[in-house]
Design a protein around this ligand. Sequence first.
Ligand code: PLP
Length: 408
Amino acid sequence: MKSLKKYILNRSGHFGIYGGRYIPETLIPIMENLELEFYRAIKDKDFKLELSNLNKNYTGRPTPLYFCENLTKKVGGAKIYLKNEGLAHTGAHKINHCLGQALLAKRLGKTRLIAETGAGQHGLAVSAVAAKMGFSCTIYMGEKDFLRQKPNVFFMERAGAKVIPVLEGGRTLKDAISAALRDLMSDPLNTHYLLGTVCGPHPYPVMNAYFQSVIGREVKKQITPDYLIASVGGGSNAMGLFYEFLDDKSLEMIGVEAGGRGITEDSKKCEHAARFETGTLGVTEGFKSFFLQNEDGQIKNTHSISAGLDYSGVGPQISYLRDIGRIKTSYALDSDVLNAYQLLAKEEGIFAALESSHAVAEAIRLAATLPKEKIIVFNCSGRGDKDLFIVAKELDSENFKNFLKTQI
Ligand SMILES: *Cc1c(COP(=O)(O)O)cnc(C)c1O
């Protein structure tokens, strides 16, 4: 293979044995249209200019690369740098692919955006972009998530989105995805389904990897790293950081999955979301990759302290890059993640999202084993404001409960 960068954006949407487009026939023309317009757009100077203007003026790019000097001293090994996607508008990297896809939707003459969301971070970014660009917007959320992620629901509604709780199945993310696909089938002409990570049928993995690749492109201008680390839910912030460096053979890349309460082979209870630890090959939600599933291919309920990594599947490009040894994967337990969150806050005054804190945990672990001149960059994919309720419950339970009581 000559260029991995080229291959990862290839037009077939297959990456080794992974990827593809396993969807109902009625959706095929929609995906073909989207694919065509995407490859056309990324060769179009006006499209690229409009996107880079939005990245600059709406999102606030480039995001800073920050040397964690205190943390580095504390750990006593390699230099630890943080790519601060938490400073991007709406608080995470998700805005990157939302802007890109929304511009494509405009080119396709669509008038409404729909999306699935679990924790609500993706829904929030879609709602913001829809408000800015004048789309109507419908967000599907499993009823369980709808009830436990009130702050994000609140902000989506302020931006004018209609947030619909999905009552089918386990009432979580996978049910929201099914509902969004049904919606798309019922009104394919006017609707763009703005899928939120590097999963789903072709061209979503390719498109989102492309739109997120701005992260690594900036890093390459900011520093020359030896190691890159990113958390892996679906894989979009990892693909975003890694993409630009895929052909740089000297550099190591590590994706960190959610180890939850621990990796067990127990077939009934899955208290983690580490697809590469106990997952198997399968086809779900339109693509082939690794999934946490039972022997019948039914998707398991997963667990992570971070809602954004609490997902049973992983992007096909990530699975492929791991197969060929280009990236490595590891996992961090909930307890490691809380410690990492607390340490970064104490040492640097930076409150990382719990998803990103998985990357922090791995950066700390790795740095301690490396000489001082080595450089680690981890992706701080989001800021931690959204996790207030979870972190406060874990780290300051009594005071927080009392505060909530006074608010009622
Ligand atoms: C959604 C989210 C993730 C996980 O999704 P990826 O597609 O794997 O990046 C990670 N971090 C933050 C802050 C998120 O909001």
